[in-house]
Design a protein around this ligand. Structure first.
Ligand SMILES: NC(=O)c1ccc[n+]([C@@H]2O[C@H](COP(=O)([O-])OP(=O)(O)OC[C@H]3O[C@@H](n4cnc5c(N)ncnc54)[C@H](OP(=O)(O)O)[C@@H]3O)[C@@H](O)[C@H]2O)c1
Length: 156
């Protein structure tokens, strides 16, 4: 959104207000709406959850759009949930759309780009709660509950 895109966020009903407050122009509730039903085609999909198949991702992309596969919550028997990530670059060789996987790294350059956006209020990290280091087990339990809105931070 800070880069000028029109953004659609996909989340559960309890978090639509949060996602809208973070700046999304449109919000889809994944318990009712299917982002890949053909109503809209997206230039870029950041695929963070839900494990949509590559064909569903392709259906939701514009003809030359890009899907970046970040992660998903369920594992596969043989590939540990990485099946889509492994197939994506192969499928990409034969279609106009780009299907790529992300392996995130902590890079100083990224933080240098993000800092002025945060300072200007264009990007607002959503921190639900902070926990001291000695309560990290409680933090992990809270994370697993699925109720966290945004992220948890550990103070040291
Ligand atoms: N590639 C990399 O380098 C990299 C780096 C970090 C993390 N990851 C992976 O990225 C994924 C997300 O990490 P995270 O730390 O952001 O996890 P997280 O804090 O647990 O967030 C996961 C989110 O997924 C949402 N969600 C669940 N089912 C969904 C669906 N069907 N459609 C849309 N959203 C859905 C949940 O929203 P609700 O609570 O509203 O259901 C939750 O907010 C994980 O699989 C993680 O392993 C990858």
């Amino acid at each position: 959104k800070a880069a000028g895109a029109e953004v659609t966020g996909v989340c559960s009903p309890a978090k639509t207000d949060l996602v809208r407050a973070l700046g999304a122009d449109h919000v889809l509730d994944y318990t009712h709406d299917d982002f890949a039903d053909g109503t809209h085609r997206y230039d870029l999909i950041l695929d963070i959850a839900g494990n949509p198949s590559l064909s569903r991702l392709r259906r939701a992309l514009t003809p030359s759009g890009t899907a970046v596969i970040v992660g998903g919550e369920s594992g596969g028997a043989w590939t540990g949930g990485f099946g889509r990530q492994l197939r994506a670059p192969i499928v990409s060789l034969f279609v106009r759309q780009r299907l790529v996987m992300l392996a995130s790294k902590e890079r100083a350059g990224d933080l240098v780009r993000l800092t002025p956006l945060i300072e200007a209020g264009a990007v607002t990290p959503s921190v639900d709660r902070t926990f001291p280091l000695e309560r990290v087990a409680d933090a992990m339990r809270y994370l697993e509950s699925g109720k966290v809105r945004g992220k948890l931070a550990i103070t040291i």
